[in-house]
Design a protein around this ligand. Structure first.
Ligand code: QUE
Length: 350
């Protein structure tokens, strides 16, 4: 381990500690960060010196904003090889965490989006603070809500996960608790002491969390839960937008305005992805499906254009192609979801 590595993996006391350390990019994940974390987790899973694994981040801002989007777009504009390699390794890490044999803790004390969600959601303890902002914003850049999004979001009540996936809505700690995204809430001012206490006595984590647990307040989304349950129950993205149009509430109009800015291709991909994710036999099976999607969409127009508009030029005026929901046909979607040649398919770590 070196102090300037992009992720710091070390044993402190009886805790394997993984500190995301790329603050200039809000700790967005690179391929080498995923490799380092996977190596540490594999070494620790059979090491009796490690009782618990803790994920946190260095510095003040953000837990993890996602993935190295510029690299993915540069690769996608060419042969896509490095982008596929990133997804392959990242999803293996996500799946390893999903079945990890030791207790795991993610401290989501800041922005937690995309790739950060893939690290935090499989953890047993998922800590939110008043600084937590959670989102799966990929429909805004023509990507898709990956890292297991199709699995987790489809298992949330009342279509709230589908609402998160389609709109890319940003939510705070109380909503994260309502949705089961966070298991515990503490004030960020308590985080340093809590970490020190867990590092000193990881076996006491449940008691320690209970001792500092605070009230996250009222979840704002509860006000719209019934409306989401009704309006996002449709059998297609078009059915959902039709229901929103018919609803004639200010909130429904706001959702329509948001959806109109998103990639029509990604909206339909995400809808199908969550449908399939909700009935997947295993998390690993589902990640093989997400890899097929990722391998395709990373080379398509909407992702390259979305990154240009939102991340590079920041004009927030992407020109999607296909331009509307009606033009995103079944054949296009079938192609994105189709099996890859067997030698290119994703597989979990042995
Ligand atoms: C969708 C995304 C990402 C995003 C914005 C989206 C994403 C991501 C980042 C990001 C943010 C700040 C950084 C950075 C990356 O933004 O995955 O390096 O400093 O990593 O709308 O999927």
């Amino acid at each position: 381990m070196t102090q300037d590595a992009e992720v710091l993996c070390r044993i402190e006391g009886r805790v394997g500690r993984i500190t995301l350390n790329r603050p200039q990019a809000l700790h967005a994940l690179t391929t080498s960060m995923c490799r380092l974390m996977t190596g540490a987790l594999l070494a620790w899973q059979d090491d009796p010196a490690v009782e618990l694994v803790m994920f946190d981040h260095s510095g003040e801002r953000g837990f993890c904003a996602g993935g190295d989007i510029r690299m993915l777009a540069d690769s996608g504009a060419g042969d896509g090889k490095l982008a596929r390699e990133f997804f392959f390794i990242e999803y293996r890490l996500n799946e390893l965490l999903f079945r990890y044999p030791k207790p795991t803790l993610a401290i989501m004390d800041g922005v937690t989006m995309g790739g950060g969600v893939g690290l935090a959601q499989p953890c047993r303890y998922r800590l939110a603070t008043e600084r937590t902002t959670f989102a799966m914003p990929e429909t805004g850049i023509g990507l898709f809500p990956d890292v297991g999004g199709g699995w987790y979001l489809s298992r949330m009540p009342d279509h709230l996960g589908l609402w998160l996936a389609l709109t890319g809505a940003r939510i705070k700690a109380a909503d994260c608790e309502l949705l089961g995204i966070a298991t515990d809430f503490v004030q960020s001012a308590q985080v340093a002491d809590l970490k020190a206490a867990i590092l000193a006595d990881p076996a006491a984590i449940e008691t320690l969390l209970t001792e500092v647990e605070a009230d996250a307040g009222r979840p704002p989304i509860a006000q719209h839960q019934d409306e989401i349950a009704r309006l996002f129950a449709g059998d297609s993205v078009e059915a959902i937008t039709a229901a929103l149009e018919a609803a004639e509430s200010d909130w429904a109009r706001d959702q329509l305005r948001v959806l109109a800015t998103k990639s029509p291709q990604t909206l339909k991909v995400a809808f199908r992805q969550l449908r399939l994710g909700g009935t997947a036999k295993s998390f690993a099976d589902h990640m093989a499906l997400e890899y097929r999607i990722g391998a395709r969409v990373v080379q398509r127009h909407d992702f390259l254009e979305g990154v240009r508009a939102v991340i590079v030029d920041k004009d927030n005026a992407p020109k999607w192609n296909p331009p509307d929901l009606e033009s995103v046909g079944k054949e296009l979607l079938d192609g994105i979801f189709a099996a890859l040649p067997s030698e290119d398919e994703w597989s979990p770590l042995p």
